[in-house]
Design a protein around this ligand. Sequence first.
Ligand code: SF4
Length: 187
Amino acid sequence: MKIQGRALLHICCAPDATVPWKELLDSGMETVGYFYGSNIQPENEYKKRLNAVIQLSEFFGAPVLIDSYDPLSWLIKLKGNLYFPEGGVRCALCIKTQIERAAQIANSKGFTCLGTTLTISPHKKPGLINGIGRSVARRYGLRWIDVIWRKNNGFLRSVEMSKKLGLYRQNYCGCILSIRGEKNGAK
Ligand code: SF4
């Protein structure tokens, strides 16, 4: 992959970021991570995931921007759509909320490209994610890094690399609703 510019990479969790972040850095692209995290509950789980993201950032020697932890703002964004099943409207809105926030930050800090690690997960819909990403990025004058990271065994490679680095890996997607029995968002 050869994309020119400065990229902000939205990171959903450290294990999912292993392969995308490495590939973007290996391509020679200046790539800064961005961790949203306000969709993650409870707070001690958020802290475990945050620490893993910081661990990965240190491993790569690449910076990461950490947003403030504000689960209430996430709940307000999703208000009225919380009880849709996982994988439906709720998740689409959650993904849009995260990517939109990443785009605002990318735009304000002079990045030219925006991407997400979300398309590495076998539990997520890459077409939906990249569709949201393209549309949000266009509005902010950014180039969307239109990659399905799970291709070429991306997910398997991310599992292996996470194990090697001893990264914390969660067993549910993130929000309180995903804790309650629906494990198909786990990464
Ligand atoms: S299951 Fe995951 S993607 Fe869906 S709303 Fe919850 S945190 Fe967001």
